[in-house]
Design a protein around this ligand. Structure first.
Ligand SMILES: [Zn+2]
Length: 280
């Protein structure tokens, strides 16, 4: 699944191998994959731009673009390319001569006979392009909460974010406006590690429980990143992180801590996996 560790791995790969390279052409294979502008305008806008860098913004990929050298203006990059991988999307860097897989949604041709491709077997991944201010506004990026992987995301920040939230803990943790960067899988694993029941009210956690949850979230995200995620990277190499470690999609299996069968319930439209015995 494409959660924060997987998106971060791709951002790192893009910075290493794609930053500084021009987009010589772009092709929209599935028009539904472009949020805005319309596919024709999208490809026109991107052709001739240089990818200036890449970063993860919650679960979005954000690539600032510069005009092709010679036409460039100093200061802020005038455009940006945004990509959201949704559940299972990914990016691959391939020789342009490689046959286009049926799961390909968008291609961006680079220099040196290589192509960056957005692929998704479910077809849910999305992209947008435009001036940074327009992207931030239309994609609602300014309202995102602090990033759980940021160096300054401490237990105090988590406490402040959960304070006064009457919602169910699991759903509140998935709300990217509260905390950015925690997906369904990583939330379930974090709550199991912290031994906290996902059905609790978010505002009911003691200081000690918040410390435990914070340590668990950071542990799960950093381990996922260190193992290069669960998906393939930009070069097609599979990451070493397990899809489900202790609870995620392991319902019916014995809990690694107490042996009780892992339960699965629907919460806020998402599957939630937890141990009904030792998560209090
Ligand atoms: Zn248990």
């Amino acid at each position: 699944m494409a959660e924060a560790p997987e998106v971060e791995v791709l951002a790192q790969d893009l910075r290493a191998c794609v930053a500084g390279r021009p987009i010589t052409a772009a092709a929209v294979i599935d028009p539904a994959a472009v949020r805005f502008p319309p596919p024709d305008a999208y490809t026109r806008l991107l052709t001739g731009c240089t990818i200036a860098g890449a970063r993860r913004w919650a679960k979005h990929l954000w690539l600032p673009l510069a005009d092709t050298p010679g036409e460039g203006s100093a200061g802020e990059p005038p455009l940006a390319l945004e990509i959201h991988l949704m559940l299972f999307g990914t990016l691959v860097l391939l020789p342009s001569t490689t046959a286009i897989a049926p799961t390909t949604l968008i291609t961006w041709t680079l220099d040196g006979g290589e192509e960056l491709r957005l692929v998704d077997r479910l077809g849910y991944a999305r992209s947008a392009a435009g001036p940074p201010g327009e992207l931030i506004e239309r994609l609602d990026l300014a309202t995102l909460g602090p990033d759980a992987l940021a160096p300054d995301f401490g237990p105090q920040t988590l406490r402040e974010r959960l304070q006064g939230r009457r919602g169910v803990l699991k759903s509140v943790l998935l709300n990217q406006r509260v905390v950015a960067g925690l997906g369904n899988r990583d939330a379930d694993e974090s709550l199991w590690l912290a031994a906290i029941d996902p059905r609790r009210s978010a505002s009911s956690l003691s200081d000690e429980e918040i410390q435990r949850l914070h340590a668990a979230m950071r542990g799960v995200l950093q381990e996922g990143l260190a193992l290069r995620g669960t998906q393939r990277d930009l070069f097609g190499r599979k990451g070493g992180a397990p899809h489900g470690r202790y609870v995620f999609e392991r319902s019916g299996s014995p809990c690694a801590r107490c042996g009780t069968r892992i339960a699965a319930i629907r919460m806020g439209g998402r599957n939630t996996h937890f141990c009904p015995q030792c998560q209090k």
